[in-house]
Design a protein around this ligand. Structure first.
Ligand SMILES: Cc1cc2nc3c(=O)[nH]c(=O)nc-3n(C[C@H](O)[C@H](O)[C@H](O)COP(=O)(O)OP(=O)(O)OC[C@H]3O[C@@H](n4cnc5c(N)ncnc54)[C@H](O)[C@@H]3O)c2cc1C
Length: 485
């Protein structure tokens, strides 16, 4: 087996690096660019950001109120951000901590409802894909959280107990022993796993492209290459001079509502520098594997697969028979900077290749076809928010901490409900109106995040030596960061 950087071999690299993501290259490149904002405009709802959150919000707004005038302003192109770069886990996993959401007015019941609605979201996205003829390579094969060390095994067992306390039964999540896991997929060193059926594998760029087209068909105008430089509050629901405003170099959009859906890029907007931390996540994808390799690995059910390390990996088997695998890499760039077109550090490519080779030895000789990265939005308390202030007309949704592919559908639907003003089961969810404090100023922010990941990497290393206990280093990290469990 080739080991990155060992035995005098050159550091492993990818054939392509950046270009936003492999998912776009697999579609034949970036989509044709839509026009920029032609000039100042007045509308009912202006959405800032053309990722899943912005597009789902627009989609459900037009479903509920077809005559509403809705525009989307996108800095680059629809799907340029995390929505076109992610691991393709349409997962019902909760973005944040149950205990923390339960501190809200809805208490435990509201959290149970959020869990239930997130599970339903996987089918809702599949339903819209069918209704709108979106081919997103969607296969609902479930999710496997694999343990590859005794400490990881103890953790998934504890997690299962926690799930049971929060009302999840055998049909929602079940424990698989090593043999049962191996009948699904052969993960080297796999000691057991948690299996949840409520997850689907998707091709992110296909989903976001199809969704943007569906949104346009419903009458929404998407303006691309139109960065919003400032968002200003207005008076309640008033369109025109008193409306909220999204300012751009092409002119301002004045609207009854301006909804921010900028996730990992939020820090670039004035007044938002410390609202959401742009956490980096990186991915590699292999060339298509041989039939013999797939015979050895299995994975016929197309489950999404992650391990249970502190610096965890996530993976999918793509429609054309590759393994796409992701992990943290460089966790955070100083002063909330973001990557350049998804370019990834060679050391991250080598580290992810090492993970691939360790967990899937049958893929050890596969070339790495592409590497890329992107940013996801992390609030200070690691819990997502959907919010609308009727007094100013300003709203937002996001902060999914890396679990936003399905959650953005539910959050966008909720934000649309808040705008149309109809109380629905979604508007009572505990993330509605949830507030987190802001992140620390630099250099504390950079030092804290890098220190945290140094602790997590050291904890993973210690646990790989065979201890059954979670390393105390990880617990120190959790305490410093406030990461909830
Ligand atoms: C590498 C990676 C892997 C991931 N894997 C998974 C996964 O497998 N499953 C999962 O659930 N989640 C995953 N995530 C997270 C998930 O992709 C995100 O939570 C989700 O896509 C967020 O969607 P969004 O629309 O809120 O944000 P984004 O998709 O980031 O969209 C924000 C958009 O706003 C635009 N924008 C920003 N600022 C402005 C401005 N000032 N003016 C105009 N436009 C602006 C950006 O260009 C961008 O297109 C992953 C993220 C990354 C980076």
């Amino acid at each position: 087996m080739r080991m990155p950087g060992s035995g005098g071999e050159p550091l492993l690299t990818a054939e392509h690096n950046g270009d936003v993501s492999f998912w776009w290259r697999a579609r034949g490149g970036f989509p044709p660019r839509r026009p920029s904002l032609p000039g100042p405009l007045t509308t009912d709802v202006c959405i800032v950001g053309g990722g899943f959150t912005g597009l789902w919000t627009a989609y459900y707004l037009k479903q509920a109120a077809p005559t509403l005038r809705v525009v989307v302003l996108e800095a680059a192109f629809a799907g340029f951000g995390a929505s076109g770069r992610n691991g393709g886990w349409l997962t019902s996993a909760l973005p944040g901590s149950r205990e923390r959401y339960a501190r809200g007015p809805g208490g435990r019941d509201a959290v149970l409802d959020l869990q239930r609605q997130l599970r339903g979201t996987v089918d809702e996205v599949a339903r819209v894909c069918a209704a709108e003829s979106i081919d997103a390579d969607l296969v609902k094969g479930g999710e496997l959280a694999v343990a590859t060390s005794p400490a990881q095994l103890s953790r998934i067992r504890a997690e299962l107990l926690g799930d049971r306390e929060w009302g999840l039964d055998e049909k929602d999540v079940q424990y698989l022993g090593a043999d049962e896991l191996a009948t699904r997929v052969r993960v080297a060193g796999g000691l057991g796993a948690l299996y949840s059926p409520d997850c689907a594998r998707i091709q992110p760029a296909k989903l976001v492209t199809g969704l943007a087209e569906a949104v346009e068909r419903s009458g929404v105008r998407i303006y691309e290459a139109t960065p919003v430089t400032r968002i200003l509050p207005g008076g309640a629901g008033s369109v025109g001079a008193g409306g909220a405003r999204a300012c751009t170099v092409f002119g301002d959009v004045s609207a009854g509502y301006v909804l921010r859906a900028t996730e990992g890029f939020t820090a670039r907007l004035p007044g938002q520098r410390r609202a959401l931390l742009p956490m980096n996540s990186s991915m590699i994808v292999t060339e298509p594997l041989s039939a013999a390799a797939w015979q050895e690995i299995g994975w016929d059910g197309r489950e999404t697969i992650g391990d249970s390390a502190h610096v965890y990996m996530y993976a999918q088997r793509t429609e054309d028979g590759r393994i796409a695998i992701g992990g943290r890499g460089i966790p955070y760039r100083f002063a909330s900077a973001v990557d350049h077109l998804g370019m990834t550090d060679p050391s991250t490519v080598a580290a992810l290749t090492g993970v691939l080779q360790r967990l899937f030895p049958a893929a050890a000789d596969a070339k790495i076809a592409h590497a890329w990265c992107g940013v996801l939005g992390v609030p200070r308390d690691w819990c997502a928010t959907v919010t609308l202030d009727q007094a100013t007309g300003l709203g937002s949704a996001g902060g999914y901490t890396g679990h936003g592919v399905a959650a953005s559908n539910l959050a966008g639907h909720t934000l649309a409900d808040l705008v149309t003003g109809e109380p629905t089961p979604r508007t009572a969810l505990p993330w509605v109106g949830h507030r987190a404090r802001t992140w620390e100023p630099e250099p504390l922010r950079w030092t804290g995040v890098h220190g945290l990941y140094a602790l997590y990497r050291a904890a993973d290393h210690t646990e790989d030596q065979g201890s059954e206990q979670t390393s105390p280093l990880a617990r120190i990290g959790d305490r410093i960061s406030g990461i909830p469990h």
